[in-house]
Design a protein around this ligand. Structure first.
Ligand SMILES: [Zn+2]
Length: 122
């Protein structure tokens, strides 16, 4: 379903947005704060520089914000409206979900951001 050439392939597998071969992140997924969002300098296959311009990933903050809002809304809807928990408990669950989602959010926002600007080339 998500084969090479599709941006979702690059995003879910953490691959270079141009060739879908080289790894985008330096380390596999972990919750270690120093390793979670470290990027390679460039792609090992096509030599795409991942830092396209200075401070390129500041823009990923907007993506991260959107992901955070989505996680808050979805978690709140599940806990308050579907399960029917009290509002204070729902907010605590939203807070816990956000903390647990930080490593995923950091990685996802960066790779989503670069995929907005770099397209797949064979
Ligand atoms: Zn590449």
């Amino acid at each position: 379903m998500f084969r090479k050439g599709n941006k979702i392939y690059s995003i879910l597998r953490g691959k270079c947005p141009r060739c879908h071969q080289g790894d985008f992140f330096k380390y596999p997924f972990s919750i270690h704060p120093m390793k979670v969002n470290k990027l390679q300098k460039k792609c090992s296959y096509c030599d795409l520089k991942y830092m396209i311009e200075p401070a390129f990933y500041f823009g990923a903050l907007y993506v991260s914000y959107a992901i955070t809002v989505a996680v808050c809304i979805i978690t709140f809807i599940i806990s308050k409206l579907l399960i029917g928990l009290p509002i204070l408990t729902s907010f605590v669950i939203v807070f816990i979900a956000l903390i647990l989602f930080v490593p995923i959010n950091l990685r996802l926002s960066r790779i989503l951001w670069i995929n907005m600007f770099v397209s797949y080339e064979e």
